[in-house]
Ligand binder design. Structure first.
Ligand code: ATP
Ligand code: MG
Length: 422
């Protein structure tokens, strides 16, 4: 089958690498892709937020399956537009993608499904905000209801900062909402499930590192690294979360008449009182996808096609290779505030020769001279496998250390704590 992958990050590069390893996939086209993706498959320019443009492209390249990476096109209805042309699409409808597109909507569905999550107030005015903040007390959690490219959430013990963030959200326009929540403690886990709207197929759990600095300091980012699976997690975690969170959400969405088919991402907090949902996303997470797919041995194309066409119940149990994967993100100088772009990257060939390493590109482009240069905040996602987490880290950092990008930064402590247990 011929697959069109929409997106341009390391997540999409990892998805494409897994698709190419599936013998049922004859060809992959990526749009718009990046420099690393373009070395492996045909790429096409496209405005990923334009449903008609993406659907036209799917017809044009004769795609039999379209896989949508990022959330913005999903919320914009790109999956609906592709399906309207009679092409299978892995990605939820715009209505179902509201699980990510509106945190207030997600809370409502979670309440209907009996899914454990943080207590929350959805507020439209600053007086409501202040009383919700005082009800829960510090640390305060203030969220933008809608998509905010990772900048929507502030967690702070400074009440004035919490109020200021809520004010900034509410000032964006009439009817805008902010969600004020109870603070959840404990380790965070990302658990992905592939679903066709009825059957739920969980993947292995992962953990990502959101802060820019080592020891979880500094500003929030899109993610500076990840590892999977989790040596410290209870062996029943995936089954428990599937039964108590993922399946009930999928069932309620179907009963509401807006089935969720695609990738349901549960962001979880392992609190002292049990597992709580922090948020849902409607797509593969980046950088967790790089490590989750690195361990998956089942043919990804077949599984995604089954999910897109309502046949997930017929898919055999997923097969995982033993061991662990780690990914380390190399970010441009100034990321996340104001990343510097246009710097040439060297050492990529040597790094790719390191054992068990995959170099996934994110913000990269090819210069007029044919060199690879940075073009975004997160530039590369260096992914490695090992029989132990410690080994996976060694391989990943050996490759990272061969790459030169002026001014770049990365964290040295990805999976370091967990490696002492796995
Ligand atoms: N109730 C909470 N208690 C404690 N921390 C929280 C809470 N809600 C969110 N956070 C922290 O803020 C981060 C971002 O929150 P959330 O996942 O809801 O936002 P997002 O912008 O949709 O993130 P993403 O980019 O992962 O989709 C979480 O990963 C978590 O670290
Ligand atoms: Mg989110």
């Amino acid at each position: 089958m011929k697959v069109l992958v929409i997106g341009s990050g390391a997540r999409e590069h990892a998805i494409i690498t897994s698709l190419m390893a599936d013998d049922s996939v004859s060809e992959v086209v990526a749009a718009p892709g990046n420099a690393g993706i373009a070395r492996e498959v045909d790429t096409r320019p496209v405005d990923v937020t334009d449903p008609v443009a993406v659907a036209d492209l799917a017809v044009d390249v004769a795609a039999e399956l379209v896989v949508i990476g990022p959330e913005v096109p999903l919320v914009a209805g790109v999956a609906d537009a592709v399906r309207d042309r009679g092409i299978a699409c892995f990605g939820p409808s715009a209505e179902a993608a509201q699980l990510e597109g509106s945190k207030a909507f997600a809370k409502q569905v979670m309440a209907e499904a009996g899914v454990p999550t943080a207590m929350a107030h959805v507020c439209t005015g600053i007086d409501e905000v202040e009383s919700a903040l005082d009800q829960f007390g510090p640390p305060y959690v203030v969220k933008d209801d809608g998509l905010a490219a990772g900048k929507g959430v502030v967690v702070t013990s400074d009440r004035a900062e919490a109020v200021a963030h809520a004010r900034a959200i509410l000032s964006k326009g009439y009817g805008v909402q902010t969600v004020i929540e109870e603070y959840l403690d404990g380790e965070e886990v990302s658990l992905f499930a592939i679903t066709d709207g009825t059957t739920v197929l969980p993947l292995q759990p992962a953990q990502d590192f959101k802060r820019a600095g080592e020891g979880d300091t500094g500003p929030n980012t899109g993610g500076m690294g990840a590892y999977s699976p989790l040596p410290w997690a209870p062996p029943t975690l995936t089954a428990d979360v599937t039964e108590r969170v993922l399946q009930p959400m999928v069932d309620v969405m179907r009963h509401r008449g807006t089935p969720f088919a695609g990738l349901l991402y549960a962001g979880l907090a392992m609190t002292s009182r049990g597992v709580r949902v922090i948020e849902f996303n409607a797509r593969f997470g980046d950088p967790e996808t790089q490590v989750v797919l690195a361990n998956l041995r089942s043919p990804l194309g077949r599984v995604l096609m089954a999910a897109a066409t309502g046949h997930l119940a017929d898919v055999p149990p997923l097969v995982w290779q033993s061991g662990y994967s780690v990914t380390v993100v190399i970010a441009a100088e100034g990321y996340p505030t104001s990343p510097r772009t246009g710097d040439v990257i060297s050492g990529l060939e040597r790094a790719a020769e390191e054992v068990n390493v995959d170099i996934f590109h994110a913000g990269t482009t090819i210069t007029d001279e044919g060199a690879i240069a940075s073009s975004g905040g997160r530039v590369l996602s260096i992914t490695a496998h090992g029989e132990t987490l410690a080994r996976a880290r060694e391989h990943a950092y050996a490759a990272v250390d061969l790459i030169r990008l002026e001014g770049s930064h990365h964290r040295r402590d990805i999976a370091a704590r967990a490696a002492t247990e796995g």
